[in-house]
Design a protein around this ligand. Structure first.
Ligand SMILES: [Zn+2]
Length: 103
């Protein structure tokens, strides 16, 4: 009785799961390998620094609800992102930019 059970278990382990794992990993790996789009920092590219007087350029880094966009969305480097937030806050304090959108 025991001899009949053992070969069945071995055949199941060898045959099905290994092939499935390889196939699924290969299928999953292909769509994830698409390279993410890398955005470059506009201030590094143009060799400028964010200024509170330049409102038109600051508006690019503000959302519809007048929130400061994160650097993952704007693509700016961390050094310029820190300066950007400060300059936007200066501009808000001087009423050049709004804190909240008009209703
Ligand atoms: Zn930069």
């Amino acid at each position: 009785m025991a001899k009949k059970i053992i070969p069945k278990k071995i055949t199941k382990k060898i045959s099905s799961p290994k092939i499935d794992e390889q196939d699924s990993s290969a299928q999953l790996a292909q769509p994830t390998q698409t390279a993410p789009i890398k955005k470059k920092c506009l201030f590094c590219k143009n060799e400028t620094t964010p200024a509170y007087t330049d409102i038109q350029s600051l508006r690019k880094f503000i959302s519809e609800r007048d929130k400061i966009l994160p650097k993952l969305r704007t693509g700016s480097c961390s050094k310029h992102q820190r300066g950007l937030t400060l300059q936007i806050k200066y501009a808000r304090h001087l009423a050049l930019l709004s804190f909240t959108p008009k209703v």
